[in-house]
Ligand binder design. Structure first.
Ligand SMILES: NC(=O)c1ccc[n+]([C@@H]2O[C@H](COP(=O)([O-])OP(=O)(O)OC[C@H]3O[C@@H](n4cnc5c(N)ncnc54)[C@H](OP(=O)(O)O)[C@@H]3O)[C@@H](O)[C@H]2O)c1
Length: 391
């Protein structure tokens, strides 16, 4: 109870400070009255994309992942939650994470992405706390399919058996504090469970109202066809950014053809395309980047030439490398919704502003030609992780 009071006090203090800041901004900028009204709406949690004050870094447009009965409309850019407390070195304390998530909501983000395996379990619980009271306004997607024994992930095996999908579903519902999971992805394919069985199990969960939409990660075109025939897929979530474009061969064209959405994960290449990492960067032991071939010092040194291209391209136009990386992805199709992760308000603001960038076709070609001319050194995953992604 005391904790609840503290939370309420923190919320109202936060609301007051935000309203005061927005109101004073409104006094300086005309037309002032609309801004004051917008500030009040932000404070009361009634914002919609149109209500967000003009000067605030925000995502103001929406995109639809999937089609027909599988359609799912979300903010044009989402928020990857993994790095808030898993795999990305410095993690802010829980209250700071929650405040950042609330800032993202105030800036129009309605798609948050987590998974059972982030933490494991703790990232979903964090999002359950952060989204308490907001869940009718935003969506949190999560994932099943990794194998756990006594709470420890068995990295050599996957488990998409119906029993495990149902176990994860029940746990995720509880951890996230929702009645229904907005989008439930298979995290990695399971060689022991046919994709048809996975799709049938999720279709049944959708019928039961425990899940709203179905998704798959890192699968090939054959798997997408087979799964989609049984349970319409809303989104494929796979790695996609300027340094990893494999999905362009067959997955993206198929998504376009079948009306399936695409959610590029690690859209800034795990921070690399943001330009703040160099060969001397030390990753914490909890950070998986220290094990990835592409994040070894020699590979970083070589691959920084790509960041230099983004810098040169962006700086003549007033954009940062991270913004160029995100805007490029968003221009690849209106069925694409990237989910950059961050622990910092400044990066959130920087990233969301990428949603406003407009490139011409010639600019896209110029950027792609300049980046493609530089060979990428180091594979994205180690051999075990690479063996889990379908070709
Ligand atoms: N389906 C899958 O198998 C899978 C796999 C991996 C990830 N994901 C999802 O994708 C999400 C994002 O992936 P990710 O965290 O691997 O990669 P990412 O979004 O490409 O990069 C995140 C990293 O970039 C840094 N960053 C963010 N904005 C920046 C900016 N403007 N300038 C410089 N650095 C910036 C962040 O550090 P700061 O905190 O300092 O900003 C963080 O370390 C995850 O949260 C998760 O939801 C899914």
């Amino acid at each position: 109870m005391k904790k609840e009071n503290n939370n309420r006090m923190e919320m109202s203090r936060r609301g007051f400070l935000k309203a005061a800041a927005l109101t004073s901004a409104a006094i300086c900028v005309s037309p002032a009255w609309e801004k004051v009204q917008a500030a009040e709406k932000v404070m009361n949690g009634q914002t919609s994309a149109q209500d967000i004050p003009a000067g605030l870094a925000a995502v103001r447009t929406q995109r639809t992942l999937g089609s027909g009965s599988a359609a799912f409309t979300v903010s044009a850019m989402g928020f990857g939650c993994m790095g808030l407390n898993y795999h990305r070195s410095e993690h802010p304390d829980e209250q700071a994470c929650i405040r950042l998530v609330h800032e993202a909501i105030d800036r129009g983000v309605t798609l948050f992405d987590t998974a059972e395996s982030y933490g494991p379990f703790t990232n979903e619980r964090l999002m359950g706390k952060a989204l308490k009271g907001y869940i009718d306004k935003v969506n949190v997607t999560t994932k099943f399919g990794h194998k756990f024994v006594n709470g420890v992930q068995v990295r050599t095996e996957e488990d998409s058996s119906p029993a495990n999908i149902r176990r994860v579903c029940e746990n995720s519902l509880r951890s996230l504090g929702v009645e229904s999971i907005a989008l439930f992805y298979q995290h990695r394919s399971d060689p022991n469970t046919p994709i048809e069985t996975v799709a049938e199990t999720v279709a049944q969960l959708i019928k039961e109202g425990k899940v709203q939409h179905f998704g798959l990660c890192e699968v090939n075109a054959d798997t997408i066809h087979r799964a989609h025939a049984i349970c319409p897929i809303t989104a494929i979530q796979s790695e996609y950014h300027l340094m990893h474009r494999t999905v362009e061969d067959s997955v993206l064209p198929l998504c376009r053809e079948l009306g399936i959405g695409f959610v590029p994960y690690s859209p800034i290449n795990r921070g690399f395309l943001g330009g703040l990492i160099n060969e001397y960067t030390q990753f914490s032991p909890n950070d998986n980047r220290q094990t990835l071939p592409r994040f070894q010092p020699e590979a970083i040194r070589k691959n920084l030439r790509i960041v230099e291209v983004l810098n040169a391209f962006g700086r003549t136009r007033g954009y940062t490398p991270a913004q160029i990386a995100l805007a490029w992805l968003m221009h690849k199709g209106d069925f694409i919704v990237p989910i950059p992760g961050t622990t910092k308000l400044s990066h959130l603001e920087e990233n969301l502003r990428a949603a406003d960038i407009v490139f011409t076709d010639n600019e896209m070609k110029e950027l792609e030609a300049a980046v493609s001319a530089i060979p990428v050194m180091g594979s994205r995953y180690d051999a075990l992780q690479e063996s889990k992604v379908q070709r």
